[in-house]
Design a protein around this ligand. Structure first.
Ligand SMILES: [Zn+2]
Length: 434
């Protein structure tokens, strides 16, 4: 639904700027007609109505940082590019008010710093928002509004891979690929179809309804040519900033492997568009092109440990979100990758247990027990691992064990929402309940 509404709004914009584009093609230097005004007549909200205000995410965070001046000036609202900025402003407004926004100052500062290292002169354009959403996604809108999702941050293995993927987004931004896409859509969509979609969508605030889909790229995807170009820009910028040249090909390889690990046969069959690629169609030839370019490069840092330290406080929260996708094959592969260096094993083993508990397949109950047991042997085990083991002990009639495990759970999670319930269980198991 969201997708349809977002598509409708893009088509609305495509129509609104149709006249402007024709004029531009005929005479590039001529002033562009005020095509946006037509929107008002059709009942669709004017697209570029958002005033030119200095929008800044998490005011307390990035406003406080030293930001260079933006490299781009806002295009006139009666141009198609101005319309795109207006759309991006609205989506950015939604992002700022989203319950999924990660406001953590340290995380935001770290990501912005890495982005600036690869953005060079576009650093002042970036306004970065971290979203707790379990898909591999990042986007940089034409107005500089940039989203990075938790699903991406979990899958990036080190700072070099993060730098590459941010460089890729900055590549789309630099080359104005969103604008190119808009013009392509406009040239393909029949005017009658555009009208019918607008008529259906009018009155429900379609333009404000792009919640999940940061940019029009999220609806239609960039062209393969634009993707390859963004890869090369991301590569060049990341390598110039001193990062490992193989970061890009390793990242894309990991994501292709994750597509193959999906529980869903439809996802496995799609080489180029797995469920985790919303915006950037990926294929093996892009991996090869990056490998080729990296072959000549030497040196470069991954900064793996620094990256892991930055995301460590969020691992549990983001893995919980990842499980909501109910693609346990993919989450299991992700956990293997996260555990490859022997770090955070308490969290990782707990979530392996969660996969088994939720999947309920043959042998899953026993496997979950084993993973929870492994988890509590680690210093970073989530408190919930003791609660789950308490449930096992209780079901098996090992009441004294259950009491001990539930008690440890409450000691480790004194603010637990289910405290009263667990206390009652303890009472009951101790023989004091009814
Ligand atoms: Zn891309």
């Amino acid at each position: 639904m969201k997708r349809l509404l977002a598509a409708a709004s893009v088509l609305a914009l495509a129509l609104a700027t149709e006249a402007a584009a024709q004029e531009t093609q005929a005479s590039p230097e001529a002033p562009i007609a005020s095509a946006i005004a037509q929107d008002v007549a059709t009942g669709v909200e004017p697209i570029a109505a958002t005033p030119d205000v200095a929008i800044s995410p998490s005011a307390t965070i990035q406003q406080a940082m030293t930001r260079p001046a933006p490299s781009r000036v806002r295009p006139a609202i009666n141009t198609d590019e101005g319309g795109l900025w207006g759309m991006s402003d609205r989506t950015e407004q939604e992002a700022r008010n989203s319950g999924q926004l990660e406001n953590d100052a340290a995380l935001n500062a770290y990501l912005y710093e890495v982005a600036c290292r690869v953005a060079a002169d576009a650093c002042g354009d970036i306004r970065l928002y971290v979203m707790n959403r379990p898909y591999f996604n990042a986007s940089m809108a034409p107005n500089g509004y940039t989203e990075v999702w938790s699903g991406l941050l979990l899958r990036v293995e080190d700072e070099a891979q993060l730098a590459f993927v941010l460089g890729h987004e900055i590549g789309h931004y630099r080359e104005r690929h969103s604008l190119a896409m808009l013009r392509t859509i406009r040239s393909r969509a029949g005017v009658a179809m555009v009208f019918s979609i607008i008529t259906v969508g009018a009155g429900v605030g379609i333009i404000g309804d792009i919640v999940y889909l940061g940019t029009i790229a999220s609806v239609f995807g960039f062209s393969r040519e634009n993707e390859s170009e963004a890869d090369m820009i991301g590569f060049d910028h990341a390598v110039a900033a001193g990062y490992d040249a193989h970061a890009g090909d390793l990242l894309w390889q990991n994501l292709l492997a994750e597509t193959q690990a999906s529980d869903n046969p439809d996802v496995r069959r799609q080489e180029t568009r797995g469920s985790i690629f919303r915006t950037h169609p990926l294929s093996a030839d892009r991996v090869e092109a990056l490998e080729e370019r990296a072959a000549a490069a030497t040196g470069g840092e991954t900064h793996r440990e620094r990256y892991r330290a930055a995301i460590r406080p969020f691992l549990g929260e983001w893995l919980r979100s990842d499980l909501r996708r109910r693609d346990y094959g993919q989450t299991a592969l992700l956990l293997d990758r996260l555990g490859a260096h022997g770090e955070d094993l308490g969290v990782i083993e707990y979530y392996r247990g969660e996969i088994n508990r939720l999947r309920r397949g043959e042998g899953d109950r026993e496997r979950a027990f084993q993973h929870y047991s492994n988890a509590i042997a680690q210093p970073d085990a989530p408190a919930a691992a003791w609660r789950e083991l308490g449930e096992y002990a209780s079901r098996d009639g090992r009441n004294a064990d259950a009491v001990a495990l539930f008690t440890t759970y409450l000691e480790r999670a004194p603010q637990a929402g289910d405290r009263a319930l667990v206390e009652a269980r303890i009472q009951q198991l101790s023989g004091g309940g009814q």
